[in-house]
Write a protein that binds this ligand. Structure first.
Ligand code: PPS
Length: 314
């Protein structure tokens, strides 16, 4: 299945035709979830692969065997992608770990009445945009991104592949009020305190871990370990599909990289659109990570009492 230049439009949203067909998208909407399923839902570039790794490791009690021998797209397939039906039918033991980039308004009906556990991962959208922009350069199944300004415009108007980030995040997170089988966790929480994030996820999955097992999970899902793990760093994907000379999937893994890309003008433009689109939403985002040392110098306080994150709405 090459179809590198094909775009599928489904319910008004565009998807790469290399990975999706009308049938595979329809299949997702009618998917019979089992109560034991674990679903990871994300807008692209929000920490999907990281959460796939965390869940795999938690379910394996910190043993990296599975995460080091089976590619992430086989052990946690994207429900809407063309190969998922075959992979899911072949999987027999343990809870199924399934991934989706679909918006809640499309997948919600299939989940209704199911006790499947849903983990929604969000990331501050400025870093999502930058990560997505770089990914468009290397992934040959995505359109050429053009200039960063063009890409930013499309993202903010909601015409990027996989649709509007605003609708995705607002619709999925609004479900936390009514769905007690939904956990919302952020990329930034994972980045600032991975140990606590792992414990949050393991508690939610009712899969308690011993201290040593948490330590093993922590080690194997660190950025450096994942960057070197061929089962998650996408170096298994051939050059015809991902041009590894144009970037790395495991690129920087940082909070606040947008500052290296956005001009002041682009930042103001982003913030005005963000304010207007998110006015009905109380989510707070971590936009940058201030080094403890830097913060201490500003605040004139001893290093160990400094707070790391800067949390604010745009
Ligand atoms: S995709 O294509 O939607 O599946 O991409 P996704 O996995 O959601 O996002 C890729 C970004 O996540 C970063 N990443 C990590 N950051 C920190 N620590 C770990 N362990 C980690 N694993 C993945 C990855 O580097 C991409 O972000 P950027 O900003 O591009 O580096």
């Amino acid at each position: 299945m090459a179809r590198l230049d094909v775009t599928e439009t489904f319910h008004g949203i565009t998807f790469p035709g290399h990975l999706h067909t009308q049938d595979s998208l329809q299949y997702a909407l009618r998917f019979p979830f089992q109560d034991t399923d674990i679903l990871i839902a994300t807008y692209p570039k929000s920490g999907t692969t990281w959460m796939q790794e965390i869940v795999t490791l938690i379910c394996s009690k910190g043993d990296p065997q599975l995460s080091q021998t089976v590619p992430n797209w086989t052990r946690a397939p994207w429900l809407e992608q063309y190969y998922s039906a075959a992979v899911l039918e072949a999987s027999s033991r343990g809870p199924r770990v399934i991934t989706t980039h679909l918006p809640q308004h499309l997948l919600g009906p299939a989940l209704q009445g199911s006790k499947a556990k849903v983990i929604y991962v969000s990331r501050n959208p400025k870093d999502v945009i930058v990560s997505y922009y770089h990914f468009h350069k290397m992934a040959k199944f995505l359109p050429e991104p053009g200039s960063f300004q063009d890409f930013l415009n499309r993202f903010l108007e909601g015409t990027s592949q996989y649709g509007s980030w605003f609708d995705h995040v607002k619709d999925w997170t609004s479900q936390t009020a009514t769905m007690n089988n939904l956990l919302h966790i952020t990329y930034e929480e994972m980045s600032l305190d991975l140990g606590s994030a792992i414990e949050r996820v393991s508690t939610f999955l009712q899969c308690p871990l011993l201290e040593e097992e948490v330590g093993n999970c922590l080690k194997h899902c660190s950025f450096s370990n994942m960057r070197d793990n061929r089962m998650v760093n996408y170096t298994l994907i051939p050059e015809e599909i991902m041009d590894h000379n144009r970037g790395s999937f495991m690129r920087k893994g940082k909070i606040g990289d947008w500052k290296n890309m956005f001009t002041d003008e682009q930042n103001h433009f982003f913030e005005s659109v963000f304010r207007s689109r998110m006015q009905d939403c109380s989510l707070k985002f971590v936009w940058e990570r201030q080094d403890e040392e830097e913060l201490c110098a500003i605040e004139g306080i001893p290093l160990k009492t400094a707070e790391a994150p800067v949390i604010q709405s745009a």
